[in-house]
Design a protein around this ligand. Structure first.
Ligand code: SF4
Ligand code: SF4
Length: 414
């Protein structure tokens, strides 16, 4: 099935080159209030790398008949899709939808072909590897070996792979009252985070189960890349893999954001019901009165993943979940993106590392004189910041470290 845009008519007003909603496209009043919240604008100072500039470019194509060319492609592809602009916009412009529509239209657009290497990398990643979890797991073994032989530079951001972790399946309850969604890349590369999450869930008195076959790739990366048909197929597969009405706990902010949006994306009652079951891990934790934690006395700097803060609006839950056990420090950059952006760090390495420099500086300011221990609820952000030399852990790992005696610990009061 092709992901190419559907039509190109030569109407006087609208060209239909982009798969965007016209009301959303014209909602921007060009006030510029979103600009300080845009990481690519902050590091380049270029209007074309700002939300306003990107919307202007979309309008030029859609309403003025400008071509879908290479320059348009660059303006769209440099966007991290962090949606910091959307959260800051007083006019309610739904920038995420606009960008997804523009990306969708760029897939296979004749006037703006991608470079051969990038096309090959995207085809391999999106079409071949991510939808086949067995293949991703198989490919992780050579990566593990290369890492052992010190052939993988740290700047690549690959977390330390563990043969023991890869070999050992996660235990699941046969009669679950809650699911833990384990995803694709995270299951292959950060399975110990899932182990910590399961430990915490059991300590809270839950019976966590895992998705059946097909409950791996959620399609978030495909959706961001404009590959909507494959994203929809993966979304349906994920929904089928976790039947019933038990809550679906997600310990990856990017996946959770996508799964909470299945209802809107697929537009069916089934998808809406599924989305209503989805909780970020920390959101679920703060609803558990039986979870007892001891005060570790440790300081931790919170990094808010964009898809937790700007899309799920659940960044507060991480602070609340950790507060009984850790001293929380926050950065002074108003939640500016770290530059990870799903596959963005791989596809746009220069911009991505420039953006990261600002985030690392903000984290160090928040930590003061001490070497920072950072907590991030998104695997992509954790890998990206880890590649810059920071010690980054998931809220589940920090909570598992702080599990205490239920009779003398601090409790979550829900
Ligand atoms: S997207 Fe919103 S905040 Fe940004 S320029 Fe347009 S109206 Fe203003
Ligand atoms: S989504 Fe993020 S990177 Fe893209 S325009 Fe908005 S603020 Fe900038």
């Amino acid at each position: 099935m092709s992901d190419a845009p559907v039509q190109r008519e030569t109407g006087r007003v609208r060209v239909h080159a982009l798969a965007v909603d016209e009301d959303e496209l014209v909602a921007c009043v060009a006030c510029g209030l979103c600009l300080p919240h845009c990481p690519t604008y902050r590091v380049t100072g270029l209007e074309a790398a700002s939300p306003r500039g990107r919307i202007t470019a979309m309008r030029a194509v859609e309403l003025d008949g400008m071509p879908l060319d290479d320059s348009f492609r660059r303006i769209m592809e440099t966007c991290v899709q962090c949606r910091g602009c959307e959260a800051a916009c007083p006019s309610g412009v739904r920038f995420g939808h606009l960008m997804e529509g523009a990306r969708r239209s760029l897939v296979g657009a004749k006037g703006a072909p991608r470079g051969r290497r990038r096309r090959l990398a995207e085809w391999l990643g999106y079409q071949i590897v991510l939808p086949r979890h067995w293949l991703l797991l198989a490919l992780t073994w050579p990566a593990w070996l290369a890492q052992r032989l010190h052939l993988v530079p740290r700047r690549f951001g690959l977390p330390t792979l563990s043969a023991r972790s890869l070999r050992t399946h996660l235990g699941a309850d046969p009669d679950p009252d809650v699911y833990l969604f384990t995803g694709c890349v995270m299951d292959a590369w950060q399975r110990d985070v899932h182990r910590a999450a399961l430990t915490v869930m059991r300590a809270a008195g839950a019976r966590p189960g895992l998705a059946r076959t097909g409950g791996d790739c959620c399609g978030a990366l495909h959706l961001h890349a404009g590959r909507v048909h494959l994203a929809a197929r993966l979304a349906r597969r994920v929904m089928t893999s976790m039947p019933g009405d038990a809550p679906v706990v997600v310990d990856s902010a990017g996946c959770g954001a996508a799964m909470k949006d299945y209802g809107q994306f697929l537009g069916t009652d089934e998808a809406r019901a599924f989305s209503a079951r989805v909780r970020d891990f920390s959101e679920w934790v703060v609803e558990q009165p039986a979870l007892a934690l001891r005060d570790t006395g440790r300081d931790v700097v919170v990094q808010d993943p964009c898809h937790l803060r700007h899309v799920q609006h659940a960044d507060g839950a991480v602070r609340v979940a950790l507060a009984p056990a850790y001293r929380i420090h926050v950065t002074d950059d108003d939640g500016l993106c770290c530059g990870a952006g799903g596959a963005y760090a791989l596809l746009e390495p220069e911009l991505s590392s420039q953006i990261r420099l600002r985030k690392v500086a903000a984290i160090r300011r928040a930590a003061g004189a001490a070497a920072p221990l950072v907590v991030s609820a998104n695997p992509g952000c954790a890998m990206h910041l880890g590649a810059a030399g920071l010690d980054v852990r998931h809220p589940a790992e920090l909570l598992a470290d702080a599990l205490g005696d239920p009779h003398d610990g601090n409790r979550h009061d829900g």
